[in-house]
Design a protein around this ligand. Sequence first.
Ligand SMILES: Cc1cc2nc3c(=O)[nH]c(=O)nc-3n(C[C@H](O)[C@H](O)[C@H](O)COP(=O)(O)O)c2cc1C
Length: 267
Amino acid sequence: MLGDKFFSNFSKFIGQIRENRLNWLPVLAIILVGLLITQSLSGIGIDFSAAGIDFLAEGETSQEAGGAEEVDLSEVSHRDTELEKLIYERQSVRNYQDEEVSLDKVARILWSAVGITVDGVTGPTRAAPSAGATDPLVVYLAASNVENLEEGIYRYHPEDHRLSLSAAGDRTVELAQAGLGQAAIQEAPFSLIITADFARTTRRYGERGERYVKIEAGHAAQNANLMAENLDLSGVLIGAFHDEQVQQVMGDIPEDPLLIIPLGRRN
Ligand SMILES: Cc1cc2nc3c(=O)[nH]c(=O)nc-3n(C[C@H](O)[C@H](O)[C@H](O)COP(=O)(O)O)c2cc1C
């Protein structure tokens, strides 16, 4: 009944279009309002281009939609692929061998965090995903025992894969103090410091952008963890530190520090 009524109204609507009797102005207005709503939703990060998302009907559970209550999964061997092995073996390590690390290994780890990868359709892509490709993360290196590199704090520039000095001299003792005295920072031959320029992302996404930046820091950190593991190095994420002290020790950097990751060969 309701369907018949809808169908007859719809046929009438199509007929009017065919006969060109319809006033196009309100139709255009409806299309415009629709577009505006879509735009503002994508402004808060809802991506309509994401394909393959199955939505449940209101009140419907996945079980009613045909899912089983319990599903046994196939075993993961942890050895079938190199990536499985790296994920399996990653652990937080806080004690390191007192030995020099090659600059080549450090470069690979920096690259894995925020380095440039495939030249995508919209321009170069980074090793870790970034909301709207706003790329807010800036990664620094605190070097105290790296081959062919003076002790100091360096900023990593992904665009041309290079370092620039931010603060000269070994800063790891002060950095450890800013990190509530956590000895790993002082012991490690080097640390990555993941910082962010939040404005790059909040300019586009408002307050929600803050969440995106922190999520991105986690992605970059895990990439670095796994690359380190791949190079026989290990580390730990350190989130407990005094932000301003860390900024000052690093040469009064403008970005906000999010994570310190001391790295070295496990003891
Ligand atoms: C956001 C974050 C902050 C962390 N901060 C610290 C920290 O300040 N000091 C520390 O020793 N470990 C820190 N950790 C490491 C956790 O304690 C560690 O991951 C956890 O105990 C699990 O051990 P696993 O990494 O060996 O699996 C942090 C981890 C995360 C994810």
